[in-house]
Design a protein around this ligand. Structure first.
Ligand SMILES: [Zn+2]
Length: 249
């Protein structure tokens, strides 16, 4: 090889190397740009998946009483309206993780008329309605326990809902079991068009139970019981639709 030809081929080799390096740099830049173009937020698909992973049910939680005119029962400076809202808010937070829609009839210390509470649930076409209250007896600071009311004029589902909530709330709190009770005189359970019940979560007139009801840990146990009751109610009624509505049992 002549000296000249050797130089030429060496130059070509160097050029090829330069092109190679440039190509690699170019690939790195393009890769970087593409990576940057990836959305930093959740894609619509991910969001939809998360929504789809929630159970498609609408639950209405009714915190009893409210406002100046409807405080409910008051014992030892503990107001029923306050305890009701505290429990309802905790229940709302827990249910929202599992179910697609949770509606509160009140979120502040205001009075909502009983008919309006039922109307809210009917307007939402809710799957179920749970009202939260506490009990009281005059001149009796001993009687205690939890009971759940339902309207016997309604479909069998209301009784099943009441029983599931009652059983689970007794299990989680260890409270005295006063059972499920029938009444056709409670506006909220009567006027709601879906399965409904009203839980008396304890006696504010009982010194011992009142103390428990103001305790956050105990409120969480109540919430856990209602939550599990709702869950079991849905499982039961969905698996046995024909058993409830038909007479196949
Ligand atoms: Zn009440």
């Amino acid at each position: 090889m002549s000296k000249r030809r050797y130089k030429k081929s060496k130059r070509r080799k160097i050029n090829r190397r330069k092109v190679g390096i440039l190509l690699i740099i170019l690939i790195i830049i393009i890769y970087g740009i593409c990576n940057n173009m990836k959305p930093k937020y959740q894609s619509a698909e991910t969001v939809n998946y998360q929504q789809a992973s929630k159970i498609n049910k609408c639950i209405v939680i009714d915190a009893g009483h409210g406002g100046e005119e409807e405080p409910g029962c008051i014992f030892g400076n503990v107001y029923e309206k306050t305890i009701c809202l505290q429990i309802a808010e905790k229940l709302q937070a827990k249910l929202e993780k599992e179910y697609s829609k949770v509606v509160m009839t009140r979120t502040e210390d205001v009075n909502v008329y009983l008919n309006e509470r039922a109307r809210i649930a009917n307007r939402e076409n809710a799957d179920l309605f749970v009202s939260i209250h506490q009990n009281a007896l005059e001149d009796d600071d001993v009687t205690n326990g939890i009971e759940t009311w339902y309207n016997p004029e309604k479909d069998k589902e209301s009784e099943i809902l009441a029983q599931n909530i009652q059983d689970n709330i007794i299990e989680s709190t260890g409270a005295n079991d006063l059972g499920i009770k029938e009444s056709d005189g409670l506006i909220v359970t009567k006027k709601t068009e879906m399965p409904s019940c009203l839980v008396e979560t304890g006696f504010l007139s009982s010194t011992e139970e009142r103390e428990k009801l103001t305790d956050e840990e105990y409120q969480n146990k109540i919430v856990e019981g209602i939550y599990n009751g709702i869950k079991e109610y849905f499982e039961q009624t969905e698996n046995a639709d024909t058993n409830i509505n038909g007479n196949n049992v």
